[in-house]
Design a protein around this ligand. Structure first.
Ligand code: AHR
Length: 494
């Protein structure tokens, strides 16, 4: 029997709600079709935003949304996306499928979307191909309250009040699509660009430097060394590729048991990446003022057959649910350093929580995980530990059978989230709550075959269900977690 120890009195820091963040790029059918259909669409919408998608995302409690990219961000010129739509400049989206970008979704539309979702905007500026002036003016346009050239332009475009913008990224993947820079060069550019990212009025920017690609620790080291006094956060990008090979990443739905454990083992690498980045950051920032923002994470497979390779459209199975559950538990446990995380991407791209086809919409297994974990948002991480064993089919890709995290909310309730990585075994868990007693418990479970997924023909194949198998014991709780599942429990303490 496995033991889960929880001490609700040992608080380990706040789990920022932004850890449950998302990412929306001008890529494939994420923005256009997925989120924005335009005012004249026959698909029900409010000011162009799909009502069905917005409602589902509100239910999931999306706290922060990153935009406009990704690689697109360093080619995006924000002035092309403001003013009357018929006058907006058309461009080719060279990164993603070579399609025409008509700029009908720009700053005002993004802010409208955030407003409808009730989430914070996270704007990613263009350092790779834009100018310092352009970046500086975008911030003035969005946030200046008073008379200035940019606030006047904003007013001419129908918005008198400034918006509140906290999160601002100064470039994206500048080691790659954002300019192929060396870390020393980027760090100097970061210092220059960020100088002109001004705080206007009450608005306070949280400036985010471009961080490393996976385990490129030298990037973190150099950027921290040169630019740490000028940043509030630094990013980290890490995708789970089942094969570990960019030229053949594997299928989203057709995989075997070995691929399952391989994928989960590569997912667990996130823990090592965060630990090592934290270690480097602590050399320059021992008090952990600067946040690590994992602003791109998730699975990346070969695209679905017959779809545009530049659109990164992929299905989403129970395997993705496990990837999400494991990563979110890891982020929670590192909440002293990880201040935000943004799964890539929100709709129709990579590990999406929603897929659409014309007017149809479906919720993916990953969506349910985000709903089941939402009570962790802004809760206090508490001390927990779980006895685990190593499982798997190949020596190189052994994984712990479960992972977990536990928080206590403002209402005093305990929120336990657990994943069972085993494809074959369920586990009995004896939960010991030290310094506290459980009064009542409710639960939600997501389980199914490893490749179970929702389709437009069968959109409810995978969905969460109420979990009522938990028993209260003298010391805490006991329950059995089924194989291949994600479980969340909410415990009221006596
Ligand atoms: O999410 C897709 C792409 O992955 C992003 O545009 C880029 O930042 C990363 O390489």
């Amino acid at each position: 029997m496995a033991k889960l120890y929880i001490n609700p009195n040992v608080k380990k820091g706040t789990i920022n709600k932004e850890i449950y963040g998302h990412f929306s790029e001008h890529l494939g059918r994420c923005i256009y079709e997925g989120l924005y259909v335009g005012e004249n669409s026959s698909i029900p919408n409010k000011n162009g935003m799909r009502t069905d998608v917005v409602e589902a995302l509100k239910e999931m409690k999306l706290p922060v949304l990153r935009w406009p990219g990704g690689c697109f961000a360093d080619e995006y010129h924000w002035k092309d996306g403001i003013g009357p739509k018929e006058n907006r400049k058309k461009m080719i989206n060279t990164h993603w499928g070579g399609v025409v970008e008509d700029n009908s979704f720009g700053t005002h539309e993004f802010m409208e979307l955030c407003d409808q979702l009730g989430c914070e905007p996270y704007i990613n500026g263009n350092l790779g191909s834009g100018t310092v002036q352009e970046m500086s003016e975008w911030i003035e346009y969005m946030t200046f309250d008073g008379l200035s050239p940019m606030s006047t332009l904003r007013e001419q475009n129908g918005r008198k009040e400034p918006w509140k913008v906290k999160f601002f990224g100064v470039g994206n993947e500048n080691w790659g699509c954002g300019g192929n820079m060396r870390p020393e060069y980027y760090a100097d550019e970061y210092r220059r660009y960020s100088t002109y990212c001004r705080n206007y009025g009450e608005n306070r920017l949280y400036k985010i430097a471009c961080g490393a690609n996976a385990s490129d620790y030298n990037w973190t080291e150099q950027v921290m060394k040169i630019a740490h006094p000028y940043m509030d956060g630094i990013s980290l990008h890490y995708y789970t590729l089942p094969t570990g090979n960019w030229s053949d990443k594997g299928s989203a739905t057709q995989f075997d048991e070995k691929d399952w454990y391989k994928t989960l083992s590569r997912t667990l690498f996130m823990d090592e990446l965060i630990t090592n980045n934290d270690h480097i950051m602590s050399k320059y920032d021992p008090k952990k003022r600067i946040g690590l923002l994992v602003d791109e994470w998730g699975t990346w497979y070969n695209v679905e057959e017959g779809t545009n390779p530049g659109f990164l459209y992929q299905q989403n199975t129970m395997r993705d649910a496990l990837v999400a559950g494991i990563n979110l538990n890891i982020f929670n446990k590192h909440c002293d350093r990880v201040k935000m995380a943004n799964i890539a991407q929100l709709v129709n791209v990579l590990q999406a929580v929603i897929l659409t086809e014309g007017e149809k919409m479906l919720l993916t297994p990953t969506y349910y995980v985000f709903c089941m974990y939402k009570n962790h948002q802004d809760a206090e991480l508490v001390e927990s530990s779980l006895t685990t064993e190593k499982i798997g089919l190949e020596k190189e890709f052994m994984v712990p059978n479960m992972n977990e995290s536990v928080s206590v909310g403002a209402d005093g309730k305990l929120h336990i989230t657990l994943t069972n990585l085993s494809l074959t075994d369920s586990y009995e868990i004896d939960t010991v709550i030290t310094e506290g007693k459980a009064k009542s418990v409710t639960g939600t479970l997501l389980t199914g075959a490893m490749d179970a997924h929702n389709t437009f023909e069968n959109p409810n194949q995978v969905h969460s269900t109420e979990f009522t198998e938990t028993k209260l014991t003298d010391t805490g709780l006991s329950f059995m977690i089924p194989a291949c599942s994600v479980l969340s429990l909410e415990v009221e303490l006596a």
